[in-house]
Design a protein around this ligand. Structure first.
Ligand code: NAD
Length: 499
């Protein structure tokens, strides 16, 4: 039997086997088979990676903005030219179809392009002569070593939300990607090296809870950026903050799409299908609940059902619409909600079990699934299912729909579909959610705005990328300066006042 490839860490600009002997399997979800193994770091390996980042920091921090910008520009060019290679890695380990993998990379590239503006974005302010002969100005300086912990569902985009900004601002990084699809991070780190990044500035450490826990309490780590499920996000936030770190921890979601009776139902049905089933529903901004304001529910369900029947499920390399789920365990858990929906009185309009696929029979397949008349007391409604499952909840009015959305524990994304500008404007004002789409089902802000939810979808107060990303990865220093002038001498113990 041939031995499977082993994915190692990337530390100090080169692959590292590390001290730990623990490994985890990495599947090809479309084949349902283990394709590789990945090393799982021990606390000693975390020390090694952090030491590398810590040692690289002083030189990187003092590298000129022009040189940092030049390196990032090279990375942007290389990534853009070779994105097809990265998309193939994403499809092989995550399962998402090629077009979706390229979409994820495009959104990551946007952040790289945003980070190219760092010399402008991190500029301070200057006030001359605030008191006689005294000037005040501010600088934004990097933090030091920052830890980034990312989820399985965007193996390229989520790391790209963070490390380009952190690095362009002068920090050094230890990135701990999901152990389920780890190769994309190694590939990007090698590309950063090719772009001219000095060794130790970007380290990739693979692992599970053991590695994360060591990173959260490490005295040389100044900040943690986390993206993942809500319970882990809360744990990360509390643990890292308790250890004195700056933390941003983005969690899970349950995103509602409110369809008003005046909406164009064909456009709404297209949007619900695209946003509900793209990436097999494994997106934190997926629409998982359509809230239909009567009397449109019957029509909308019929239109969504017709569209679901035409979706091609299969191997992401074969031009299908939707790929497999990430693991068999996750596939089975998502499928278990179909039984639960039946038990809890919902109508299973489309059942994704046993669908025909264009791919290997052993893949982790589940076809598009649609539930109607879902009870808001059911776990089908309450849980983040994170799969190709869409629920319809019927309400009598805008106010009832809004109230439902605002009672959700999550507040990541939401959308309203309507042709009524007044209703849309009222919704954007009243809804308790961090990212809102008006006739846009997946309102992921562009890179020069920031991404993040409210309530249990984000712990800490810093959103990702955009202005919030600059603020997170830098800290402000205010300088008050006076150049020597004998007229300012003398003793005065009073609090400084400006004159
Ligand atoms: P996850 O929480 O299982 O894992 C995320 C990261 O945490 C991984 O790197 C993992 O190794 C690590 N981890 C897992 N268990 C841990 C533990 N007990 N202690 C410490 N670290 C641990 O999430 P996932 O399944 O990889 O990703 C899907 C989740 O991520 C969904 O809930 C989704 O909504 C969420 N997500 C949120 C956003 C957002 O921007 N809000 C974006 C993408 C994904």
């Amino acid at each position: 039997m041939t031995e499977l490839p082993l994915i190692t860490h990337w530390v100090d600009g080169a692959p590292l086997r590390g001290a730990s002997t623990r490994t985890a399997p990495v599947f090809n979800p479309a084949l349902g088979a283990v394709a590789k193994n990945v090393i799982l770091a021990s606390a000693t390996d975390v020390d090694t990676a952090v030491a590398s980042a810590h040692a690289a920091y002083p030189l990187w921090r003092d590298t000129s903005q022009a040189k940092r910008q030049g390196m990032m520009f090279n990375f942007r060019e290389l990534l853009n030219a070779r994105k097809g290679e990265l998309a193939d890695i994403l499809t092989a380990e995550h399962g998402k179809v090629t077009s979706d993998a390229l979409g994820e990379i495009a959104r990551g590239l946007e952040v790289v392009e945003f980070a190219l503006g760092m010399p402008h974005l991190s500029k301070g302010e200057y006030s001359e002569n605030v008191s006689t002969g005294v000037d005040v100005y501010t600088l934004r300086q990097p933090l030091g070593v920052v830890g980034i912990i990312s989820p399985f569902n965007f193996p390229a985009m989520v790391p790209l939300w963070f490390f380009p900004i952190a690095i362009a601002a002068g920090n050094t990084v230890v990135l701990k990607p999901s152990e389920k699809d780890p190769s994309a991070s190694n590939w990007m780190a090698a590309l950063m090296t090719e772009a001219g990044l000095p060794a130790g500035v970007l380290n990739v450490l693979h692992g599970d809870k053991e590695a994360v826990d060591a990173l959260l309490v490490h005295p040389d780590v100044q900040a943690i950026s986390f993206v993942g499920s809500t319970p882990i996000a809360q744990y990360i936030y509390e643990t890292a903050a308790h250890h004195g770190k700056r933390v941003q921890a983005l969690g899970g979601a349950k995103n509602h799409m409110l369809v008003l009776p005046d909406a164009d139902l064909d456009l709404a049905a297209d949007a619900a299908v695209n946003a509900g089933f793209g990436s097999a529903g494994e997106r934190c901004m997926a629409i998982s609940v359509v809230v239909a304001v009567e009397p449109v529910a019957d029509d909308l369900v019929a239109k969504i059902t017709a569209r679901l029947k035409s979706l091609k499920v299969g191997d992401g390399m074969r031009g299908c619409d939707m790929g497999p789920l990430i693991t068999k365990v996750h596939r089975d858990k998502v499928a278990s909600y179909i039984d639960l929906a039946q038990t809890d009185g919902a109508e299973v309009v489309v059942d994704g079990r046993g669908i025909e696929v264009d791919g290997d029979a052993s893949g982790f397949w589940l076809g598009p699934t649609l539930f109607d008349k879902v009870s808001t007391d059911s776990d089908v409604y309450l849980d983040e299912i994170f799969g190709p499952v869409l629920s319809i909840v019927r309400v009598a009015s805008y106010a009832e729909g809004l109230d439902l959305i605002n009672r959700s524990r999550y507040g990541n994304g939401t959308a309203i579909f309507t042709n009524d500008g007044g209703a849309a404007r009222r919704f954007q004002n009243e809804v308790q959610v961090g990212m809102v789409g008006i006739n846009v089902p997946i309102p992921v802000p562009v890179a020069y705005h920031s991404f993040g939810g409210w309530k249990d979808s984000l712990f800490g107060d810093a959103k990702a990328y955009g202005p919030a990303g600059i603020a997170f990865y830098t800290r402000e220093k205010a300088i008050t300066s006076r150049w020597l002038d004998p007229s300012h001498g003398g003793i005065n113990l009073g609090f400084p006042q400006n004159a």
